[in-house]
Design a protein around this ligand. Structure first.
Ligand code: HEM
Length: 537
């Protein structure tokens, strides 16, 4: 019953809505500072460092980097970094300032130290403690905690919460979402969704050119959303059928808008904490639309769940609801939000590398033929147990293009990074993509070589020596207690669709230039994404 009331509340706007936003926004920068302070207060302060390493280190102020004014000028129209994507942004800044540089904090945000030194990654992660702090999507936190507490009841969810509040949620949901066997119980349905996607692809394909006229990435988003909504809500949206659910299609569109807006308002310098620009207002409207659609789905799923047969294995939704209903609602919403563009972008990326490397693709197909001698057979936990080359291809695709090019933490202790003192409370952005593309850590780093991920001696071409044994140079899902909670789900979805797709089609890249990426908070493929899908006789 409580859910009904809360969910109904969320789609209505408060009558003083406009006034409410204005007042809160003007105080948002203060909120931001208070939030950082509150988070720091919650973490156990370490005693002041007087050890030799700290005393010998260079002062923080000596870390190279631009001034506040220069940083702003970079991002203004006509500026050197205006509208550049994350890869380009990181590459240029590194070129100008070196392997460690500092971006000044603005509008209540802390300074951010960018580093490309894996030793710094290790120091940062090893000192993050049990409650790592990752403040990044501040608009998200603002939306949930300040703008719509009527909906979220003070629970920001995993992305927004910090400290003990974050740990309370994470500890509860970890066994449900991170335990491999629990996630893999969704395999039959994830496999069915992959087969539905392949069937739909078949209807879109031109039999002469083996291409589709529509937008392949958009089709993949429907697959990703159908898959994650099955895991999160235990129900199908029909997005791959002739009669897709109109709201789900709208939601997928709003999600893409969300990623674009978030890059603008969370990554680039913005005045929204002080002044409610029209663009930011539109961003809040996008958030509202996402909230409205997802809460309607959750409400429907809860109703289904209440009438369901209790003897069936427990779905993710059911397990979450048993833990805590309010956390379940927010977690499901986060899964729907975080599981669409990420998984579809990662899939396009991996497929692109396989399409550009036909020899590797054939090698993979040989493994897939063994897993699935008859393509009409179902995928099971038994027949998908041993697929080292498939897993190596996924790793290698995400190595060359990690769709999350950097990992972020706020330091909870005074640290020495690359010989500089970095005080507690500073942002550290670890440039994972740059390292995983460096010849220093991966031999022939530009080449797609899944063999580098195979175990030594497991096959004649296994070459684990072609990758560094340092675990911090490859982190597409992050690291430590705050690592991506959807990793297992994303892997299951990607593996399953790759098996089904490559078992049926030989895929080629037809683009006249390499796959391009847009500036969003992840690297989202954009432009003319042209594959050919030639049926395998
Ligand atoms: C290939 C697809 C994906 C990639 C590359 C990816 C990557 C990441 C990364 C790098 C982080 C930050 C980790 C850290 O700070 O150490 C993260 C966090 C997160 N991801 Fe994913 N992700 C993917 C798919 C998903 C999916 C499918 C879901 C849905 C369940 C999801 C939900 C989340 C959530 C909720 C967090 C915040 C976790 C926390 O702070 O406790 N992700 N993801």
């Amino acid at each position: 019953m409580w859910q009904k009331q809360r969910l109904n509340m969320c789609v209505k706007k408060c009558c003083h809505h406009q006034l409410f936003i204005t007042r809160q926004l003007s105080g948002a920068a203060v909120e931001r500072q208070e939030l950082s302070q509150k988070v720091m207060d919650e973490t156990e302060p370490a005693p002041a460092r007087i050890d030799e390493e700290w005393l010998q280190a260079k002062p923080y102020a000596e870390i190279p980097g631009p001034s506040v004014m220069r940083t702003i000028s970079y991002f203004l129209p006509g500026g050197k970094l205006y509208n550049t994507n994350l890869i380009e942004l990181n590459r240029r800044m590194r070129e100008w300032y070196g392997d460690i540089y500092r971006m000044p904090g603005m509008m209540g945000k802390p300074d951010v130290v960018f580093t490309y030194n894996p030793n710094d990654f290790e120091v940062t992660y090893r000192n993050e403690g049990l409650w790592p702090i990752r403040i990044g999507l501040e608009s998200f936190t603002f939306y949930r905690k300040v703008h719509r507490p009527d909906v979220f009841g003070g629970i920001g969810g995993l992305v927004s919460e910090q400290g003990k509040a974050w740990a309370d949620i994470r500890n509860k949901v970890n066994p449900v979402l991170m335990k491999v066997s629990n996630v893999r119980q969704n395999l039959p349905q994830i496999d069915q969704i992959a087969q539905d996607f392949i069937e739909k692809l078949g209807t879109l394909l031109d039999s002469q050119t083996h291409t589709i006229s529509g937008d392949f990435h958009e089709e993949l988003k429907m697959w990703a959303f159908e898959s994650i909504s099955y895991v999160a809500l235990n129900s199908r949206m029909g997005l791959l059928s002739d009669q897709p659910d109109a709201n789900a299609a709208r939601l997928a569109q709003h999600m893409t808008e969300f990623f674009d807006y978030s890059f603008k308002y969370d990554v680039q310098p913005s005045i929204w904490p002080y002044y409610k620009t029209n663009g930011f207002k539109k961003f809040l409207q996008t958030y509202d639309k996402i909230t409205e659609i997802t809460t309607n789905y959750i409400e429907a799923a809860i109703q289904n769940f209440e009438t369901e047969d209790n003897a069936k294995p427990k779905s993710v939704l059911e397990q979450l609801l048993r833990l805590n209903k309010q956390i379940a609602v927010v977690m499901v919403m986060d899964m729907l939000m975080a599981g669409l563009d990420t998984t579809s972008s990662a899939f396009v990326t991996i497929l692109y590398h396989l399409a550009c490397n036909p020899v590797k693709q054939e090698r993979l197909r040989r493994e897939l033929n063994e897993i699935l001698p008859n393509p009409n057979n179902a995928l099971t936990n038994e027949n998908t147990k041993n697929m080292p080359y498939l897993r190596a291809c996924i790793k290698e695709g995400l190595r060359i293009t990690s769709i999350t090019p950097g990992n972020f933490r706020i330091t909870t202790k005074d640290l020495v990074l690359s010989g500089y003192r970095v005080p507690r409370g500073t942002g550290v952005l670890m440039g994972v993509l740059a390292l995983s593309n460096s010849d220093q850590y991966f031999r022939h780093s530009a080449d797609f070589m899944p063999e580098r991920w195979l175990k030594a001696g497991s096959s004649a071409d296994a070459c684990p020596e072609a990758r560094s044994s340092n675990p911090f140079v490859y982190l597409p899902f992050g690291f430590g207690p705050r690592t991506c909670i959807g990793k297992r789900i994303a892997e299951l979805e990607i593996e399953t669709l790759l098996i089904r797709l490559l078992r049926q089609y030989r895929v080629r890249w037809l683009g006249d230039q390499p796959l391009q990426y847009a500036s969003t908070i992840i690297l989202a493929p954009q432009g003319n994404i042209q594959f050919s899908f030639e049926p395998i006789a």
